[in-house]
Design a protein around this ligand. Structure first.
Ligand SMILES: NC(=O)C1=CN([C@@H]2O[C@H](COP(=O)(O)OP(=O)(O)OC[C@H]3O[C@@H](n4cnc5c(N)ncnc54)[C@H](O)[C@@H]3O)[C@@H](O)[C@H]2O)C=CC1
Ligand SMILES: O=C(O)CCC(=O)C(=O)O
Length: 432
């Protein structure tokens, strides 16, 4: 369904429609030919596959996997694979569109891709998850590869799963292809700093925002929704930057401590118990209460559509840093902006992950590896430049950060279309 069928006042929660609307608006502001939106509004390719898995009890269950490749105009499509019962085609497409914009904003030579399997991994044994992961790659191998489409971790996937996926791909090709996947274990070509990269990048963008807004991080408090890869690393780097993290929730519950949670101990605790809930020395906290807590920084680091027309007015934070992809609906976003909240949009805020994935791919191509310090320095430079590009666009066009990010992302994709001869007789009206 085209995005235009929804009216402006409606609460739009379909991520595909949200992505389309924002891209369309950017193409209009940039006065691009309609053909540009026609290209960007849908993915270049979507492949849906069946993955039969023999369960431990002998039953066979046929799972559905999806891979969307939005555009490869800047390079091979790139993006994570999530395992979640809520995965659906529109969600995966939207996530692939956001990848295209994200890679353009940080200036790396990748297009946008994303994948998912409709499954609750908590219901599967480790052997079953391995079989499912290998099956996903077997089915999608024809459209993947280091110069075509490169997967990585996302919700409920991790380096161990990337290792299985790489092994399956290598067996199919008959030789080692380390650049096929990123976020893999170090011993088989992973990069130092990839596990931490998204959280680290989130905190760099918060620091850059605080500088511009003249806030002192040492006097700030933060709350985080989601304590997986991204949320836990964001918490760690926030604490290191002097921010007091007072509230955290995950899918099973939440914790609050007005004096600040001890993040290193909480990470250990959550590793053992698979949740932050019940962390000694803290009070219980619900997701609803997290959003309305008195704090300076709110970081949604879980799933889409968490900040909506229903709860955005309750948010007291001065900065919302979107570590998750698509955590805010358009209505929620409007309320945040009307209330003067500084939003660091997802396609900028969480771009640290794919940036270090790019460094991993480069190291694989060189058959060489960098030390963590070098990776962290390179990430710092990319994130600072990306933040500046978006912030400068915000000033130049007198728009909010989200719209500015879309103008930078779509503008750079349009520049590539000019360079490839897809658009003729047109010049960028702004520098991006
Ligand atoms: N892993 C990466 O490098 C990147 C991830 N992202 C995005 O960041 C977000 C989180 O991803 P990861 O940390 O990798 O996933 P993860 O699987 O490691 O962690 C997800 C966390 O969200 C929590 N969660 C799930 N549903 C929830 C709910 N309804 N309420 C509260 N918490 C809930 C889970 O309990 C878990 O703590 C996703 O939107 C993902 O697309 C974005 C860029 C890169
Ligand atoms: O590291 C990557 O390639 C992709 C990470 C990702 O899925 C994302 O940025 O949403």
């Amino acid at each position: 369904m085209p995005a235009k069928e929804e009216k402006d006042g409606d609460e739009i929660t379909n991520p595909y429609h949200i992505a389309q609307r924002l891209i369309e608006r950017a193409t209009e502001t940039l006065e691009l030919q309609e053909g540009v939106y026609d290209i960007l509004k849908k993915p270049k390719r979507v492949m849906k596959v069946s993955i039969p898995v023999r369960r431990d009890n002998g039953d066979v269950v046929n799972y559905t996997g999806i891979r969307a490749q939005h555009t490869d105009i800047l390079g091979p499509t790139k993006g994570g694979v999530r395992f979640h019962p809520g995965v659906n085609e529109d969600e995966v497409i939207a996530l692939s569109m956001w990848m295209s914009l994200k890679t353009a904003i940080v200036g790396i030579p990748f297009g946008g891709g994303k994948g998912g399997i409709i499954v609750n991994p908590e219901e599967l044994s480790e052997r079953e998850i391995e079989e499912l992961s290998r099956g996903f790659i077997r089915e999608l191998e024809p459209i993947m590869g280091p110069e075509k489409d490169i997967p990585a971790p996302d919700v409920n996937t991790n380096p161990k799963i990337m290792g299985w996926m790489l092994d399956e791909f290598d067996r199919l090709r008959g030789h080692n292809v380390p650049g096929f996947i990123t976020g893999k274990p170090l011993i088989i070509g992973g990069s130092e700093g990839r596990v931490e990269a998204t959280g680290r990048g989130v905190v760099i963008t918060i620091r850059e925002a605080a500088k511009r807004l003249d806030y002192d991080l040492n006097k700030m408090t933060a709350v985080i929704q989601g304590f997986g890869n991204v949320g836990s690393n964001a918490a760690k780097y926030l604490e290191e930057s002097g921010v007091k993290v007072i509230g955290i929730t995950d899918a099973k519950g939440g914790v609050y401590n007005e004096n600040g949670l001890d993040i290193a101990s909480l990470i250990e605790y959550a590793k053992e118990t698979k949740t932050v809930k019940g962390f000694p020395g803290s009070e219980d906290l619900s997701n609803d209460d997290l959003f309305s807590l008195e704090c300076d920084i709110l970081i949604p680091a879980a799933l889409e559509n968490q900040i909506t027309g229903d709860n955005a007015n309750q948010i007291k934070a001065k900065i919302v840093a979107e570590a998750a992809n698509g955590p805010t609906t358009p209505q929620g976003n409007k309320l945040l902006e009307d209330n003067g909240v500084f939003v660091i949009p997802d396609i900028l805020c969480n771009a640290g992950g794919v940036t270090v994935s790019y460094f991993e791919w480069v190291q694989n191509a060189m058959h060489y590896s960098w030390k963590e310090k070098e990776v962290a320095e390179k990430l710092e430079e990319k994130m600072v430049d990306a933040f500046k590009a978006v912030y400068d666009m915000r000033d130049a066009k007198k728009v909010k950060m989200r719209e500015a990010a879309y103008l930078v992302g779509v503008g750079r994709l349009a520049k590539a279309m000019i360079a490839r001869g897809w658009i003729k007789n047109w010049e960028m009206p702004i520098d991006c």
